[in-house]
Design a protein around this ligand. Structure first.
Ligand SMILES: NC(=O)c1ccc[n+]([C@@H]2O[C@H](COP(=O)([O-])OP(=O)(O)OC[C@H]3O[C@@H](n4cnc5c(N)ncnc54)[C@H](OP(=O)(O)O)[C@@H]3O)[C@@H](O)[C@H]2O)c1
Length: 311
């Protein structure tokens, strides 16, 4: 079977396709024939050696973590799934990658894919949907929410989850994503090339920072006296600052690390069936992995970019 791997950190050119044996599931594992894989920034952050503390020095590595597919076989200890089930999920991106024709996964990493959800839609959900959900657990009715960097995957879900819970959403991206911010339900949209978010006079109950361009120190002046700022950059500095800040301040600084579970995956699949839009701006065949990653790294993604894996 084909699998995309790399033997050193670097740019997209270190990626290559190899023929390897189909993996064999142990008693607690599931063999999945992969049908679709979506791209996340963590894929190329690992590839480029930006998170070596977590990813280590062992090669070869493989790429991708969000997938959907059909179960080919299960280990003898698996109860909840059987061969033929369509599933979707996310694996630990620091272990084995999913851009391959077959993968082995654990029961906890997957959920059943509803028949009315396409494989592409399902593969677009896990990382970004669950990250957004983790930030939006409290009651949001009437709350003012700022989503800075809202036109890619996490923003797509954050806007729609916040709106479904009655929040008032201000969303920020460049000009190319403004139509999507509106389509997903934002009440106010900002093009960061035309207006500085830090010039806003409004104060927010929740700030979701997805662009790495609005640090807590600058966001503070946009926060209500009792409010929360979420960052998705789990650096040691952010964890330390969050810990110390939250002891003394009611302007909370929270660091998000996505944790996947079947319950969240099921909820997001249902939300999608009930009307959440999953915008897939481009699909690529698996063989175009270099072009796909080069384009996403250079231009960013509107919503999600997905690979189709041929049967
Ligand atoms: N901690 C975790 O567990 C976790 C989980 C998932 C994702 N993440 C992280 O979350 C971040 C968002 O991920 P994503 O999948 O949604 O894709 P992404 O491609 O990183 O999205 C970035 C967003 O920021 C916008 N942006 C760029 N420059 C900006 C600026 N100066 N001001 C405001 N917005 C700006 C982009 O809009 P334009 O394209 O219009 O410039 C885009 O909407 C990534 O850093 C990812 O690694 C973390």
């Amino acid at each position: 079977m084909k699998k995309i791997i790399y033997n050193q950190y670097g740019g997209v050119d270190v990626l290559h396709s190899v023929e390897v044996n189909k993996p064999i599931p142990d008693t607690q594992q599931i063999l999945v024939k992969v049908k679709a894989v979506s791209i996340n920034p963590i894929d190329w952050k690992i590839l480029m050696g930006e998170v070596k503390l977590m990813s280590g020095k062992k090669f070869p590595k493989s790429i991708g973590c969000d997938f959907s597919g059909t179960i080919e076989s299960t280990g003898t200890g698996i109860q909840k799934f059987k061969a033929g089930d369509d599933v979707f999920g996310v694996t630990n991106p620091f272990k084995d990658g999913v851009l391959a024709e077959y993968i082995v996964v654990n029961e906890k990493e997957i959920a059943k894919k509803p028949a009315d959800l396409s494989f592409e839609q399902a593969a677009a959900i896990p990382t970004v949907g669950q990250t957004a959900l983790q930030m939006l657990t409290n009651s949001l009715k009437g709350k003012e929410i700022l989503i800075n960097g809202a036109s890619a995957g996490v923003g797509m879900f954050a806007i729609q989850i916040a709106k479904s819970q009655g929040a008032i959403v201000t969303a920020v991206s460049s000009g190319k994503g403004q139509h999507l911010l509106k389509k997903w339900g934002s009440d106010y949209v900002i093009d960061y090339n035309k207006e500085k978010v830090t010039d806003l006079k409004k104060k927010f109950d929740v700030i979701i920072e997805l662009s790495a361009k609005l640090p807590f120190s600058q966001a503070k002046k946009l926060m209500k006296p009792e409010s929360t700022y979420f960052t998705v950059t789990p650096s040691l500095w952010n964890f330390a600052h969050s810990f110390l800040n939250n002891i003394v301040s009611k302007k909370k600084h929270e660091v998000i690390l996505m944790k996947s579970d079947t319950e969240k995956l099921n909820r997001l699949a249902n939300d999608t069936l009930n009307g959440f839009d999953i915008h897939i701006s481009k699909t690529y065949p698996m063989s175009d992995y270099k072009e796909a990653y080069k384009t996403v790294i250079k231009e960013g993604a509107l919503g999600k970019v997905v690979f189709n894996i041929p049967s």
